[in-house]
Design a protein. Sequence first.
Length: 94
Amino acid sequence: MSLDYSVVIPAFNAEATIGEAIGIAKRARSIALQSVSVGMGLSIVAMLIGFALGADPVVWLLSTPVGLLCLVAGLAFTGCGLAWLGALSRRVER
């Protein structure tokens, strides 16, 4: 499914060009990539804070039922986010 720029352009500006619409789409893709980077970075920072406070987040994630549930949910959300990012990237490249 390709993006119909004749519909997208008026949504941004009646005088926008196709090149401007493509630029907007590429900026949207870069923002999505930055969001993924921040999300992954925050996960790592949270683990480091847990270690700094004397906890062992890895043991908690792997040895308790709630930890396993959080780990599975986190991985599922990460997978959904990466799939969304891949779909967005493919649409921008067309």
